[in-house]
Design a protein around this ligand. Structure first.
Ligand code: FMN
Length: 238
């Protein structure tokens, strides 16, 4: 092929890639997934045998629409992404899905939407899912920073949402809960105590304002689990 033809071809590919990137930027912006914003999501993965898993994970949008995850290496999600590279990021306001995928409550299998015939199934009832593929890993302490490129975005529902402070208090409580577990394992009792006090504080707000919805049941369960840990820990150290 002539050099000029090659140059034109290269320029055409360059333009096409730019256009695709721009389209992705427009979609992400329209979802409110802005650059430099940590978004709470649920990540679906499959293991080497094809068994699906899902867990809440924070995702950042970096430069050029590269998505960034900071994941503890002792999680199933990390292991599955390392094996398969491909994964799905589910976007939802449904706090019960965060709760169920965190604790792998009975019927986790039931939460996946197999009707979409995807290798890594998204979750049922989510507003949007983003298919992604890991391209780079950086290890930092016990966590790894994973960089992933977007291969597809499917928007299922753009909808108005009612706004309740209890949604955020519940998500915050779930995150604190996973940190308390880590602190107790490391023997950092004071840090664990501070976070469990914050959860008790959020519980009081939820009890007063949000008896409707799933919030109070989730908080009751978290408080029971923390009490159990406290008892275990006291037994071990007495
Ligand atoms: C809202 C929310 C966000 C979370 N974000 C992260 C995260 O960014 N990285 C991480 O390693 N764990 C995160 N976690 C904790 C994991 O979900 C938790 O460790 C889970 O048990 C991992 O499950 P897996 O072993 O099935 O992957 C988050 C938890 C919640 C509730």
């Amino acid at each position: 092929m002539e050099t000029n033809t090659l140059k034109i071809l290269w320029y055409f590919v360059f333009l096409l890639t730019r256009m695709m990137k721009d389209e992705t930027s427009v979609i992400l912006d329209s979802l409110g997934f802005h650059k430099g914003l940590l978004v709470e999501t649920i990540v679906s993965t499959i293991d080497e045998n094809g068994k699906p898993n899902a867990a809440p994970m924070g995702v950042w949008r970096g430069e050029d629409n590269i998505l960034v995850l900071k994941i503890y290496r002792d999680t199933r999600t990390y292991r599955n992404i390392k094996v398969r590279r491909k994964f799905v990021i589910n976007l939802t306001f449904n706090v019960e899905l965060f709760y169920k995928t965190l604790f792998k409550v009975e019927g986790l299998e039931e939460l996946f939407d197999y009707s979409r015939k995807m290798v890594v199934p998204p979750l049922k009832g989510v507003d949007c899912y983003i298919e992604a593929e890991m391209i780079k890993e950086e290890k930092v302490g016990e966590r790894s920073t994973l960089y992933a490129q977007i291969t597809n975005i499917t928007i299922i529902r753009k909808r108005p949402n009612v706004f309740s402070r209890c949604l955020f208090l519940t998500i915050e409580s779930l995150i604190h809960f996973t940190r308390i577990r880590a602190f107790l394992n490391e023997g950092k009792i004071e840090e664990a105590r501070k976070l469990s006090e914050l959860i008790s504080h959020y519980y009081e707000i939820i009890r007063r304002n949000c008896r409707g919805g799933p919030y109070i049941n989730i908080l009751n369960d978290l408080i029971n689990r923390i009490d159990e840990w406290g008892r275990d820990w006291r037994n071990r150290t007495s």
